[in-house]
Every structure is written in structure tokens, then in C-alpha cells.
Design a protein around this ligand. Structure first.
Ligand SMILES: Cc1cc2nc3c(=O)[nH]c(=O)nc-3n(C[C@H](O)[C@H](O)[C@H](O)COP(=O)(O)OP(=O)(O)OC[C@H]3O[C@@H](n4cnc5c(N)ncnc54)[C@H](O)[C@@H]3O)c2cc1C
Length: 299
């Protein structure tokens, strides 16, 4: 049997490879980067280990906790939480402290926020078409620009105008400016689960978890092809049979046989650049991109 190919060595791809290895399957992981971990990897810079973003580990799902414990073992440490947002040359505590924000942003910025909020309430946009319009309608344009726009684009890798409004509705449901202000002044009585005071973390940064899974795979004679991207998925009518891979350092392309494929690469990359079977429709609209996962069931 040809191996199962796993596209992408981020958290999803590596978790799949880990589980399949435990079940005795042969897998090959294909990763376009020179390092595993995807968005959750750590990088070394001038002797320091840096994470691409603060990756707190928190879940109630037992199989995920089990995987975390098994892989990290004694490399788990408990860390006290200190999160701050660096904005306009200043640090802001997160969760935001109302008085700190009020003083740090100054009277001019606070006035702009207030009037933008007022405009959004007086001239409501009842049918926002994308994330940008949805947040602006709810919080005002200025708060969108300060606290949502850059963060969201960095996190999800696409402009806020290309993320659907329905998605914003699901993610930010129940949050309102008044609630946020009340929480900032009065606290939330421990209701916000992600704002825990202490959390678990890998001793050498979030990427250590993925480096250790990678070591586990290599110890079990599984292959991880770094600097290699998937450029084409070949299928007969019902299943994927072959993949074309390109070595990003040499440019050499090769076609390999696979018994199955698990893809964790971004869906838009997969559909727009990689898959070309006749029964995958490409006629979806750009604004629906973030909803596409629910409609897509090819692999
Ligand atoms: C700043 C920041 C903070 C975050 N904080 C948290 C947090 O605190 N807690 C939390 O749970 N999550 C957090 N996340 C989200 C978390 O990083 C992602 O949910 C997670 O990395 C998704 O894993 P994934 O494997 O699905 O995708 P990715 O991590 O994106 O991995 C996909 C992999 O596929 C590879 N790839 C892409 N195209 C190809 C191709 N054609 N061929 C081969 N390989 C390809 C990519 O190089 C990448 O390695 C944060 C994200 C960011 C950016």
C-alpha cells in the first residue's frame, strides 16, 4: 500500500500524523516551510526562542489533553499570565483596563472612538456584507481600526473585507461595547474562560510540542518532507490517487502515489491552486471564502 500523505506540518497535520503512527499506518508529511509547527511554530533568533504569537494551551477535550501530556511529558510548565497589547508605542493590559485605555489613548482618540460609535448607532448598517462592516456596525469605525483590523488580518491571513459577516457573528456573538466596558470596570466573575490566570506551556516555546511530534515521527521511521509543497492533487472520480510535489530549494517536481490524503493546507490554496477535478466547484464568491469549509467535502 502506498503511504497516507498529510499535507502541512502545522498542529492539525502533525496531530493526524501522530495518531496514524500510533495506529501503525505509514504516513508522509509534506511541509512547504523549512520547519514544522505552522502558525504555532517557534523560531530561533539571536540565541532566543520566539513564538509567532502567544499560544496558550487550553482545552477540555480529553484526547487533546492526552496527546499534549504524552508528547510533552516533563517539558510542560505552568506559567502565570501576563498579556499586553503593544499599540501606538504603549503597552495595554489585556484584558483591557478601562481607565488605563482612557488615559493612554488620550482625549482626542477617545473622542474619535465615541463619535465613530455614535455614527454607527445613528446610521446603522443592518446588512453588513463582511467582517469589516460587521465590526464597524457594532463598535464604530475607530475601534475596528484600533483593536480588530490588524489583529484579525494577522491571525487569519486575509483582509477583513474578505471574511464573511456570518463568521464575525459567530466569533464575536454576545460581545457589545457596553458589556466590554462593564467587564473592564467590574470584572467578569471568571466567566471568560480564556482569561485564566495560569496556563500550561511547553518549556521551550509553543513550537516545542511540534518539534517533539516531529522527533516521534522520525523515530518511528515516518517521513517528513520539509521545503516541499504540494502543487497538484490527482484523482480518479472518487478518490485521490497521486500528488505532485515540488522541492522549493531545487524546483524539482515529482509525482507520488498515495493511498489517502489528509489536507491541512488553507482551503483556498487547496481549491484555487492544487485541486482541479471537474466535480469541485470553483464558482463560490470571494466574500464566502471563510464559509467555504462547510461546503467543501472533497478529500
Ligand atoms: C498570533 C497568533 C496567536 C494564536 N494564538 C493561539 C492560542 O493562544 N491558542 C490556540 O489554540 N491557537 C492560537 N492561534 C491559532 C493557531 O496557530 C492555529 O489555529 C493553528 O496553527 C492551526 O493549525 P493548522 O495545522 O490547521 O494550520 P497551520 O498552522 O496554518 O499549518 C498549515 C501548514 O501547512 C503548510 N502549507 C501550506 N500550504 C502548503 C502546501 N501547498 N504544501 C505543503 N504545505 C503547505 C504551512 O506552511 C503550514 O505549516 C494563534 C495564531 C496566531 C497567528
Amino acid at each position: 500500500m502506498p503511504p497516507i500523505y498529510i499535507l502541512g506540518a502545522g498542529p492539525a497535520g502533525l496531530a493526524a500524523a501522530y495518531m496514524l503512527t500510533q495506529q501503525g499506518q505509514t504516513v508522509v508529511v509534506v511541509e512547504r516551510d523549512s520547519k514544522v509547527g505552522g502558525l504555532a511554530k517557534s523560531i530561533e533568533y539571536q540565541g532566543f526562542i520566539l513564538d509567532l504569537g502567544p499560544h496558550r494551551f487550553y482545552t477540555k477535550i480529553f484526547p487533546v489533553i492526552k496527546l499534549w501530556n504524552e508528547v510533552l511529558g516533563s517539558d510542560r510548565v505552568t506559567v502565570s499570565r501576563l498579556t499586553r497589547i503593544y499599540y501606538s508605542g504603549k503597552y495595554f493590559s489585556y484584558p483591557l483596563k478601562a481607565l488605563e485605555v482612557l488615559f493612554a489613548l488620550g482625549i482626542v482618540e477617545n473622542t474619535r472612538i465615541f463619535f465613530a460609535y455614535l455614527v454607527a448607532k445613528l446610521l446603522p448598517n443592518r446588512h453588513p456584507k463582511n467582517f469589516s462592516e460587521w465590526v464597524t456596525a457594532k463598535f464604530g469605525k475607530r475601534l475596528f481600526e484600533i483593536f480588530f483590523e490588524a489583529y484579525t488580518e494577522k491571525l487569519w491571513g486575509m483582509p477583513c473585507t474578505e471574511i464573511s459577516a456570518e463568521w464575525a457573528d459567530q466569533r464575536i456573538k454576545g460581545l457589545s461595547l457596553l458589556k466590554a466596558i462593564r467587564t473592564a470596570f467590574l470584572g467578569d466573575n471568571g466567566k471568560v474562560k480564556s482569561l485564566i490566570g495560569q496556563f500550561q506551556f511547553p518549556r521551550l516555546g509553543s513550537g516545542q510540542l511540534y518539534d517533539k511530534i516531529s522527533d516521534y515521527l522520525l523515530c518511528h521511521n515516518q517521513e517528513i518532507l520539509l521545503n516541499t509543497e504540494v502543487v497538484r492533487v490527482h484523482s480518479d472520480n472518487s478518490r485521490v490517487t497521486q500528488l505532485t510535489l515540488r522541492n522549493r530549494q531545487t524546483g524539482v517536481e515529482s509525482t507520488v502515489c498515495c493511498s489517502a490524503v489528509i489536507s491541512s493546507v488553507p482551503l483556498n490554496t487547496l481549491v484555487e491552486q492544487i485541486i482541479t477535478p471537474p466535480h469541485v466547484s470553483k464558482s463560490y464568491h470571494w466574500r464566502d471564502r471563510s464559509n467555504f469549509a462547510t461546503q467543501f467535502s472533497f478529500i
